[in-house]
Design a protein around this ligand. Structure first.
Ligand SMILES: Cc1cc2nc3c(=O)[nH]c(=O)nc-3n(C[C@H](O)[C@H](O)[C@H](O)COP(=O)(O)OP(=O)(O)OC[C@H]3O[C@@H](n4cnc5c(N)ncnc54)[C@H](O)[C@@H]3O)c2cc1C
Length: 378
């Protein structure tokens, strides 16, 4: 095990070079461009008419659509694994820093902008989006440029009783999501997306491709948390989880006069003890508590649990397949499973631009504090 650990540490040193590609020596942008063109890798320069539309296509934080951000010199759009390997080699040879972008949902735009370096290129993986689901082994290989919606759709096309525990927003890219966690409706029973990754193919600084065996367990651990730092993950193999054929969902908005403060206060106490099959989230905004649930089972059972724990009646509870429930939770009650394939964020019921952070409270927020919070909401 010690030998294995040391091998892993050596790998980390090698891989670390990708992230710090020389900032001291000046990048040769012409050399980089020439290298890409020798290898016939699709690339857009700032002067090209397609540059801004393609760059902005995966800028999910609208603040960074503005002119205030440092833009990449080049947008490199590989269409196969060899392109990614060669782009990394070209970057290294010509001292061009590379940002890796999959779905572009990074809140700080780390995949496509820079605050100080003027010479950098974006390696955009959005054309690498193949998903192969194997229902025999309950696994799937998914390329980093696929969205979560494309992954869920592909699983739903093959089976109604398989699912994957990732995030709720279908336009999030697999590449960044699996590089840093991934929580969603199945997390209480099946954990995070990264807990269910079983293998990956990683392009490292010298352009070679490593899999789980050749990269070693330390690196395999590191890439599921250190997105953008250790190399470019081309694709991921994930284990799928078993889902009942019937999943139920419901939404219920409770206003202040209907007891929202009491219900949210109580939700904090009962939610941790609810069955693992139940995901119940509450969004507090516009003086309402908006409860949304997804349950691995039928409506009768869901209503019983909701009524007993929170006094919610679940009147509009609906039964459907898991993949349909995924569309319902983020895109709303009229969404179809095909909507999961849309890369257009405007379909979402959630606001188009927001920034979120997650905190873990160890003590419930007292009722008085909730009353004050509701008083301040508009
Ligand atoms: C609207 C919205 C909804 C969200 N919902 C959820 C949710 O329900 N659950 C949840 O857990 N999170 C959620 N997130 C957060 C999201 O999972 C992370 O921001 C994630 O990193 C985005 O991945 P991406 O590929 O879209 O982003 P990108 O901006 O492309 O990448 C994010 C980071 O990962 C690196 N990276 C990307 N691809 C690769 C790759 N192939 N190899 C190596 N590094 C790579 C990038 O360089 C960057 O540092 C949400 C974010 C938004 C904006």
């Amino acid at each position: 095990q010690e030998v294995h650990r040391r091998a892993g540490a050596a790998h980390l040193r090698l891989l670390g070079r990708l992230a710090v590609i020389s900032s001291s020596s000046r990048a040769s942008s012409h050399g980089f461009l020439g290298c890409l063109s020798d290898k016939r890798i699709p690339v857009f320069t700032q002067g090209s008419d397609s540059f801004m539309p393609r760059l902005n296509a995966y800028v999910r934080n609208p603040r960074f659509l503005e002119n205030t951000t440092v833009r990449p010199l080049y947008l490199v759009m590989p269409t196969n694994a060899g392109h990614v390997q060669d782009a990394v080699r070209c970057g290294r040879r010509h001292n061009m820093s590379i940002r890796v972008r999959s779905g572009g949902h990074d809140y700080e735009g780390l995949s496509y902008r820079s605050v100080n370096a003027s010479d950098f290129a974006v390696l955009d993986l959005s054309e690498l989006r193949t998903v192969l689901v194997d229902s025999q082994t309950s696994t799937a290989w998914v390329e980093s440029g696929a969205t979560l919606g494309e992954l869920y759709y592909a699983i739903g096309n093959v089976s109604d009783v398989l699912g994957f525990p990732g995030g709720v927003c279908p336009t999030v890219g697999v590449g960044g999501h699996f590089s840093g966690g991934g929580f969603g409706t199945l997390m209480r029973k099946h954990g995070l997306a990264v807990d269910n990754v079983v293998d990956a193919e990683l392009v490292v600084a010298n352009g070679t491709v490593l899999n789980r065996t050749t990269m070693g367990e330390d690196v395999f651990w590191a890439i599921r948390g250190g997105g953008g730092s250790f190399g470019v993950v081309l694709k991921w193999q994930v284990g799928l989880v078993t889902i009942p054929a019937t999943v139920s969902v419901f939404k219920e908005a409770v206003s202040g006069s209907e007891g929202a403060v009491d219900k949210v206060t109580r939700w904090q106490k009962v939610a941790p003890a609810l069955p693992g099959e139940l995901y119940l989230r509450v969004r507090v905004q516009e003086k309402k508590a908006d409860f949304r649930a997804s349950f691995l089972g039928g409506c009768d059972d869901l209503r019983r649990v909701m009524n007993r724990s929170l006094g919610l009646n679940g009147a509009d509870c609906k039964e459907m397949t898991w993949v349909e429930s995924v569309a319902y939770i983020w895109l709303g009650s009229n969404a179809t499973r095909e909507d999961l394939l849309s890369r257009n964020t405007s379909k979402s019921e959630s606001p188009n631009s927001f920034k979120a952070t997650t905190d873990y409270v160890r003590q419930a927020i007292p009722r008085d504090a909730w009353a004050e919070i509701f008083g301040k909401l508009v």
